[in-house]
Write a protein that binds this ligand. Structure first.
Ligand SMILES: Cc1cc2nc3c(=O)[nH]c(=O)nc-3n(C[C@H](O)[C@H](O)[C@H](O)COP(=O)(O)OP(=O)(O)OC[C@H]3O[C@@H](n4cnc5c(N)ncnc54)[C@H](O)[C@@H]3O)c2cc1C
Ligand code: HEM
Length: 398
């Protein structure tokens, strides 16, 4: 809990810090990467840095944490903290790195806010920083312990046993631990980080949801190659590398699985809604439900540009068919087949049973639209769980 003295100072300065937090984090990253270029090369996602996305996520989370301390001082924003900690754990972030981030963050705060940062103000925000950092470290250390690895030691070599082209832009890579050890456990919905060495020597990391079920002897990831429309940005670095260079027999550096969007055991009605490559965690969940003989009602909703763009479509349909309905609904913007729906997801005539738990994954506009439709149908906000395939900009929005 924040001390009384710091609470008053943070309350008084939150609007000024909040208004400048974009500039602060921008300068923070400049300073951090000037002092530690290896962090931009081998840890942070330089695509996100270039596009400004990670900056917004970090800024949003600190502002949200401080606001939470003001509004509900006796509780912690656990959803946000767990979301960040799982991402950090999948990257091998350790306690020793937090003072480095703190040094450059506070240098940036002092430079942007100037004389407004009195020793009292600096002390109060230092307290906020360490409250958040220590909460994250505690969760991260529990996650490392749970995976039975030393703090930060998450990386293992895996062999690509098989590669399948799913669509023109999606490929599934099946993986087995290179040392023959059993693959680590995971829960359906979780992801791994994959680190690849690019042509310029940078070792960039991205996350990929496991698209196979936990019971399966191999692990599978399904990767969509990201094309950067020339005007908006370059082609995706890691997805492009995996598609162009990685073949059966190759090795990949893969993390222990993490991720807080997991399918909890339940007999409640389930609705699994995805769009595009957001189907990957849903496939793992559906396979798990089929493997474990789940007999509760499961509704499957998926949206894609066209049937030809729908990665893992045959498995998606087959698994949905194996489960106890009531419905599997597929929307395609182009060339829907008989029995499918045309256009964008519209749940108007879809029955959503009371108490339904929803798992969502896809682009933000899709998730926003589906979330609103489901809330209007009476689904409780607490029963809506989601995964974002990028920095979670919903965190800041609460
Ligand atoms: C939890 C989680 C699970 C995920 N699961 C999956 C999955 O199962 N399957 C899957 O395919 N993906 C998944 N992703 C997404 C994946 O991690 C990568 O984000 C994706 O593969 C793109 O990475 P990339 O290196 O190819 O692209 P990047 O190089 O990171 O580029 C991403 C975007 O940024 C733009 N960009 C890059 N540099 C610049 C610049 N200089 N200026 C402007 N724009 C720029 C690019 O044009 C591109 O549009 C997941 C992500 C998360 C967080
Ligand atoms: C209190 C301190 C910190 C806060 C508030 C914080 C916050 C965040 C947030 C909000 C995200 C995005 C989560 C998501 O993807 O949804 C993130 C990701 C990340 N964080 Fe932290 N973080 C902190 C400390 C650190 C430290 C010490 C390191 C290691 C040097 C670190 C490295 C990273 C990396 C590499 C990512 C992923 C970035 C990307 O892929 O673009 N963070 N952090």
């Amino acid at each position: 809990m924040l001390s009384e003295k710091s609470t008053a100072t943070v309350r008084a300065t939150l609007p000024a810090v909040g208004a400048a937090i974009g500039d602060i984090t921008e300068l923070f990253y400049t300073k951090l990467f000037e002092a530690h270029p290896e962090l931009l090369r081998d840890l942070f996602n330089r695509g996100n840095q270039a596009a400004g996305l990670q900056k917004q996520a970090l800024a949003g989370s600190i502002a949200a944490f401080a606001a939470h301390l003001m509004e509900r001082p006796d509780t912690r924003p656990d959803v946000m903290l767990h979301r960040i900690a799982h991402k950090h754990a999948s990257l091998g972030v350790t306690r020793a790195q937090y003072p480095v981030v703190r040094t450059h963050l506070f240098a940036a705060i002092a430079e942007v806010l100037g004389e407004a940062v009195t020793p009292e103000v600096a002390e109060a925000w230092d307290e906020v920083y360490w409250l958040m950092a220590n909460a994250l470290v505690a969760i991260e250390e529990r996650l490392y312990e749970g995976a039975r690895v030393a703090a930060g030691d998450v990386w293992r070599e895996w062999t690509v046993t098989d590669r399948t082209e799913e669509t023109a832009d999606c490929a599934t890579f099946r993986l087995a631990p290179a040392d023959g050890a059993p693959a680590p456990d995971f829960a359906p919905g979780q992801y791994v980080s994959v680190q690849v060495t690019l042509a310029d020597g940078a070792r960039q990391i991205r996350q990929y949801s496991l698209s196979s079920a936990p019971g399966s002897p191999v692990r599978a990831i399904t990767v969509k190659r990201v094309h950067g429309p020339a005007a908006a940005g370059p082609d995706g670095e890691v997805s492009g590398h995996l598609h162009a260079h990685v073949r059966p027999g190759d090795r990949l550096r893969v993390s222990v699985p993490y991720g807080d969007l997991v399918l909890r055991d339940t007999t409640a009605p389930l609705l699994l809604a995805s769009a595009g490559i957001g189907c990957t965690p849903m496939l793992s969940m559906l396979e798990h439900l089929a493997d474990t003989g789940h007999d509760g009602p499961v509704t499957v909703v998926h949206a894609d540009r066209s049937p030809a763009d729908h990665a893992l479509a045959a498995d998606h349909r087959a698994l949905a068919g194996k489960l106890a309905g009531p419905e599997a609904l597929f929307w395609y913007e182009e060339a829907p087949e008989p029995g499918d729906r045309a256009g964008r997801v519209d749940l108007t005539d879809v029955h959503v049973a009371p108490g339904t738990r929803v798992y969502l994954c896809g682009p933000l506009p899709f998730m926003r639209a589906v979330r609103e439709q489901l809330l209007a149908k009476g689904v409780a906000a607490a029963d809506l769980h989601y995964e974002v395939f990028g920095p979670d900009l919903w965190l800041a929005a609460g």
